[in-house]
Design a protein around this ligand. Structure first.
Ligand SMILES: NC(=O)c1ccc[n+]([C@@H]2O[C@H](COP(=O)([O-])OP(=O)(O)OC[C@H]3O[C@@H](n4cnc5c(N)ncnc54)[C@H](OP(=O)(O)O)[C@@H]3O)[C@@H](O)[C@H]2O)c1
Length: 244
């Protein structure tokens, strides 16, 4: 019997990177998996892998409403929700624009907040919610003030929601990645520049390497399904970066 047979999971930002890894691992173990994203080509590719792929912008109320309807239609209820969609951008305090602030907070903070709010009636008893935060919410790293603050807010929400959802038997936790080899880290830079940047980052990590998306996915899945006595917590997956 496959480990997640009969389980129903939604992964926002499941069309790429960490979210797609979560989706693949769950689907390989028998779960029914719905993923969201905005780019058609990636959604199409996810659909071809057998995932239910929905175009849904986490910053759009209409899309969130419609997504909840599609979840209900396809699965009825959910056993796991991974609020993983997120974006990054960097600028010093001096160079940050109000627009950049609003765009990042809309995707990383407001989006997950109102997505979970809309999904509440669909959460099955005993289900797990996992938020993707970032190690940057506990360290001061130049030029990432807006992104770090957006993730710190999300980390705080994990605590509040964990408390509020206790009576429903729903656990809420966060997985906090360090540098992971996805396109968000490469920032569409030419391969050579991206490799050089990644080597520089890796040199600062105790394990001396960048993580891979599957390593985060396994931790997120653990929090969603196996961590039955854990709620309101944040699990770093960062090669020891924030701990050693
Ligand atoms: N990689 C790292 O080093 C790292 C470190 C710490 C935290 N994280 C966090 O991990 C999460 C996943 O990132 P990743 O590294 O896997 O990057 P990624 O490959 O770029 O994946 C991001 C996913 O989010 C989706 N997304 C972004 N904005 C969205 C929106 N408004 N509505 C719906 N979907 C949206 C993207 O799809 P579309 O582009 O099609 O919208 C994509 O599926 C993010 O929350 C990120 O902040 C990553």
């Amino acid at each position: 019997m496959e480990k997640y047979s009969g389980k129903r999971a939604l992964i926002t930002g499941g069309s790429s990177g960490i979210g797609l890894s979560i989706a693949r691992l769950l689907a390989a173990e028998g779960a029914q998996v719905m993923v969201t994203g905005r780019k058609e080509a990636e959604l199409e590719a996810a659909g071809e892998e057998g995932l239910v792929a929905i175009r849904s912008d986490a910053t759009s109320k209409a899309d969130i409403d419609s997504l909840a309807g599609k979840v209900e239609e396809a699965f009825g209820q959910l056993d796991a929700v991974f609020l993983n969609a997120g974006i990054t951008d960097s600028a010093s305090l001096e160079a940050t624009t109000e627009q950049m602030y609003d765009v990042i907070f809309a995707a990383n903070t407001k989006g997950p907040y109102f997505t979970l709010r809309r999904l509440l009636p669909l959460l099955a008893e005993g289900s797990g919610v996992v938020l993707t935060t970032s190690v940057l919410n506990v360290v001061g790293y130049s030029d990432h003030g807006v992104y770090a603050a957006s993730k710190a807010a999300l980390r705080s929400m994990a605590r509040t929601w964990a408390r509020e959802l206790l009576p429903r038997g729903v656990r809420v936790n966060a997985v906090s990645p360090g540098p992971i080899g996805t396109r968000i880290l490469h920032k569409n830079l030419p391969a050579e520049v991206a490799d050089e940047m990644a080597a520089g980052i890796a040199a600062q990590i105790p394990m001396q390497r960048i993580g891979n998306p599957e390593e985060v996915a396994r931790a997120a899945i653990f929090l969603a399904f196996d961590a039955t006595y854990t709620t309101g917590a944040e699990l770093p997956v960062d090669g020891g970066g924030t701990q050693l």
